[in-house]
Design a protein around this ligand. Sequence first.
Ligand SMILES: [Zn+2]
Length: 282
Amino acid sequence: MGAGVIRVGNGMPEFQWDTIKRLNPSIAIAVPSFVLKLIEFAEQNNIDYKNCSIKKIVCIGESLRNEDFSLNTLGKRIKEKWDVELYSTYASTEMGAAFTECKAGKGGHHHPELLVVELLDEANKLVKDGEPGELTVTTLGVEGMPLLRFKTGDICIAHTEPCSCGRTTMRLSPILGRKQQMIKFKGTSLYPPSLYDILNHISYIKNYIVEVHTNDIDTDEISITIGVIDPPQNFEKELKDHFRAKLRVAPNIKIDTPENITKIQFPEMSRKPITFFDRRKK
Ligand SMILES: [Zn+2]
């Protein structure tokens, strides 16, 4: 590509901004939630980030988009502050390849010379066109540890119509969820991220946990406990209506304080917050 690469460590906004100022890179590769930290640091320290040399950010590790390719909460929060070109990707070290979206932002393009891709159902059969399935890859470019029909555990949809950019390769949707986390709720299949995206949009919800358990007729039941600060009147009904509009079903909702939720999210020995608790009968 003829591109020079500047490698910097992670997690230090001051160092990143200093490097950007000194070397004027035009593209950054970054975890999107860290981009928010960069913006926050720039605002607190009067760095004119909107006019810096960075014009594009290739985002890794976290998706920027919803299933319909609109920007998700994370993508919107970056764009609201900074009108930079954002590109979402899906990749893993094992695959030795990435699905990266083009300017159209309609899914990560498949590189057929690097990977054979299959989307499989519960019975390991190919799903029908446009249906969600488990992303299964066979590597063509990896030496040493090639993978043969490696099941990623990630549920995605393949889009096969030609893209407006001119490429005709398959485009991969954002991950709908992890296979083990699929919830069958009142006749609808859904994954925790679709619940998170709704909850992340609501300003009075500070944090939350999602629990799924098996009810007495052996189907899945969802309970969401939310930590709220200054909620509006009748918010419980509004919240349920909001879930119904987005997902066609409404989970049980319990209210708690943000402090109590934080305690549940960080059980002993856990450094990462846990948001999803699977209490279903196996
Ligand atoms: Zn394209």
